[in-house]
Ligand binder design. Structure first.
Ligand code: GMT
Length: 377
């Protein structure tokens, strides 16, 4: 089946992994000839320059004086319906059940049943919001009423079923990275600005939310740096940043830790690293570990959520129980002090990223889901 489709995509345009995956998917679908319409409150941050077949429709929130809270959800639903009708969209692919799937279902009611709704679950609406009784019925409704639902790991599918008592089909569609962007970059001269030749570089990239356990990253690094000359690069910003900066100072590590702030071209920075640290408490997938894998950089992290589906323990990285920073540090030391094992693991990373998580393959899976809901199999 190679009918060209008209697809509306809604995501959190500025939010970490889910925004990146939604935007990259849109770009890949557009390259394949589909017409893609992003319907979001601001330009998705990875969209960048002009792309053929891609259109952007901004959701403007009405701030009428009777509203105590500006109704973003209603503005989005109304914009989704308007764009769907005007552009004759075949389907809306929304990322996150709350609020996006609920808004898409409302738009479908307005437009008619031919407009299909595909919802992708990324984690937080299941692992956090669904615990809240006041909203869990709405999340269940959004999931059950979507024409198709996908989730980014088997772990998230299991948690969705268990938490919300859901029995409908949920398609597993792993996250992916674009192999033309994520590959081992030649960063020899840039590396000199961050570390001496005899030093290893450990990396952590996140939005510094409490679930990322960023102080564990510092603990792991402290132990590693006692045995191996090394440096730690932090990329990203978020609520725990000040706490982490103080902790680094308190442990006397300031001269070996760089805070790089928010960065766009992370493939370049990841290629500087020898190990990615991801000791999260919750992680439905862990896109950053895949970005590292695609650059040949193994991850040392936690056995949390979907991470073990992505990082094969002993092959493409090492995993320990959440909070076991001692073990994670031991694994990192083992890896960094054995060049042969490192080379083997780095090669396994490249191979796994280019097969199981290949962008062509995952894009095709989404297309199959679209054709299925449209009855065009
Ligand atoms: O991790 C975050 O705080 C951001 C969040 C997002 O919406 O981008 O990440 C979630 O979706 C990503 C893309 O599917 C996954 O890689 C992350 O694991 C997931 N985060 C959590 O489950 C905490």
């Amino acid at each position: 089946m190679n009918d060209k489709l008209k697809i509306g995509i809604t995501c959190y345009p500025t939010l970490g992994g889910s925004g990146v995956v939604a935007t990259e998917l849109g770009k890949l679908l557009a390259e394949k000839g589909h017409e893609v319409h992003f319907i979001t409150h601001s330009m998705p941050f990875r969209l960048g320059k002009f792309h053929r077949n891609i259109y952007y429709h901004e959701v403007e929130v009405s701030d009428y004086y009777v509203f105590r809270y500006p109704p973003y959800d209603l503005s989005l639903a109304s914009k989704l319906a308007q764009v769907a009708q005007m552009q004759k969209l075949d389907l809306l692919h929304v990322h996150y059940a709350i609020p996006h799937a609920v808004c898409a279902l409302l738009a479908k009611q307005m437009v008619g049943p031919d407009l299909k709704v595909v919802t992708t679950l990324h984690g937080t609406d299941i692992t956090v919001l669904a615990q809240d009784q006041s909203i869990s019925d709405l999340i269940r409704y959004a999931i059950n009423e979507s024409d198709a639902v996908t989730a980014v790991s088997n772990d998230l599918i299991a948690e969705t079923r268990e938490t919300l008592d859901i029995s409908r089909d949920i398609d597993l569609t792993y996250n992916f990275v674009d192999k033309r962007v994520y590959y081992p970059r030649d960063v020899k001269s840039l590396r000199k600005e961050f570390a001496r030749d005899d030093e290893k570089i450990l990396l952590h990239i996140s939005n510094f939310r409490p679930v990322k356990r960023v102080t564990d990253v510092v603990d792991i690094f402290k132990r590693v740096s006692e045995k191996i000359p090394s440096r730690l690069l932090f990329v990203g910003e978020g609520p725990e940043l000040s706490k982490v900066i103080s902790y680094v100072k308190e442990l006397g590590l300031s001269d070996r830790v760089n805070f790089c702030g928010k960065q766009d071209d992370v493939a370049q920075l990841i290629s500087l690293g020898d190990v990615m640290l991801l000791p999260s408490e919750k992680e439905s997938f862990g896109l950053v570990a895949l970005e590292a894998m695609a650059c040949g950089v193994p991850t040392v992290g936690s056995i949390a959520g979907g991470i073990p589906e992505l990082v094969t323990h002993g092959e493409t990285g090492f995993l320990a129980e959440i909070g076991d920073t001692e073990k994670m540090a031991d694994y990192a030391v083992e890896l960094l002090s054995d060049p042969q094992q490192y080379e083997k693991m780095s090669a396994a990373c490249l191979n796994r990223a280019r097969t199981t998580f290949c962008n062509d393959w995952i894009t095709m899976q989404y297309e199959e889901i679209y054709y299925r809901v449209l009855g065009k199999e």
